[in-house]
Design a binder for this molecule. Structure first.
Ligand SMILES: Nc1ncnc2c1ncn2[C@@H]1O[C@H](COP(=O)(O)OP(=O)(O)O)[C@@H](O)[C@H]1O
Ligand SMILES: O=c1ccn([C@@H]2O[C@H](COP(=O)(O)OP(=O)(O)O)[C@@H](O)[C@H]2O)c(=O)[nH]1
Length: 236
């Protein structure tokens, strides 16, 4: 029995690269889609927010002198590309995906309309939210928190490069230890940067828990959905 009826899954753009230097790694995206299909077969309604860091990151453009807002719009377009790739892969795996964009780009993907998204979820379709929040100076982590709250998801699942929240960045501090549970106040107060503070604050206000787990660990998504011990739970 799944522990949740409706989930919001945040997939990092960078994780789509697999072992490649940039872009979308075929084997990685296919495996992720298989794992998503597995949980939809359990009757869980799945919405996905996809990142864009594998193609473009606004801060990188901004740092070389480009106007930050312009760079961020490029980043949002990158998430649209990933969303199309993910949708196509889902289609071929027998799922019914619907890509919805936060920025107007109607010839390519339909616009995000909340009631429509809710309808798709009730019909068992997988909704992929593209273009983040549609605003510069935000991230797709914040988009995940926002859409998660809007669609009434019971939890936001962040599939990322690390297998949870650590006492310090495990890439920089090998002695860092992983939390099984941590409160929003603690994660924000200690400035733990696994997810941005805006996303944490929004989820805290909405009492929407977040689970952070490894995108590379096979079967982790299913275990999370079954409520098993996996990754780190961030809660109020
Ligand atoms: N306290 C911490 N616990 C876990 N990861 C952390 C922490 N501080 C920083 N990180 C870093 O956060 C990264 C995950 O965030 P990010 O790169 O934004 O992921 P994504 O691309 O999935 O959105 C990890 O690669 C990790 O090195
Ligand atoms: O609401 C949003 C979401 C994303 N972005 C831009 O899109 C890029 C890619 O998103 P993100 O870095 O969150 O992707 P991920 O880390 O998941 O690969 C960001 O760097 C921003 O430039 C944005 O401007 N507003």
């Amino acid at each position: 029995m799944p522990a949740y009826k409706r989930i919001l899954l945040k997939l990092s753009g960078e994780a789509l690269m697999g072992d490649d230097a940039f872009g979308i790694n075929r084997a990685t995206i296919v495996r992720m889609v298989e794992e998503i299909a597995e949980v939809t077969r359990m009757g869980v309604e799945v919405a996905v927010v996809i990142g864009g860091g594998n193609i473009f990151r606004g801060v990188a453009g901004g740092s070389v002198g480009m106007d930050r807002a312009t760079a961020d719009y490029m980043g949002m377009l990158a998430t649209v590309m990933n969303a199309l790739a993910l949708g196509d892969t889902m289609d071929k795996a027998g799922l019914t995906p619907r890509v919805m964009s936060a920025i107007g780009i109607e010839r390519i993907v339909e616009p995000y309309v909340r009631p429509k998204a809710l309808q798709y979820l009730e019909e068992g379709k997988v909704v992929i939210f593209a273009a983040g929040t549609g605003n510069p100076f935000f991230t797709t982590d914040t988009a995940a928190a926002l859409r998660g709250a809007e669609i009434g998801a019971e939890i936001v699942l962040k599939a990322t490069k690390v297998d949870g929240v650590y006492s310090a960045d495990p890439k920089k501090d090998p002695s860092a230890t992983r939390y099984t549970n941590i409160t929003f106040d603690e994660v924000i107060g200690k400035n733990l940067e696994v997810m941005d503070a805006t996303a944490f604050a929004l989820c805290r206000d909405q009492k929407l828990p977040i689970k952070i787990f490894s995108i590379f660990k096979h079967g982790a998504l299913k275990r999370v959905v079954q409520g098993e011990d996996e990754g780190t739970l961030v809660h109020v």
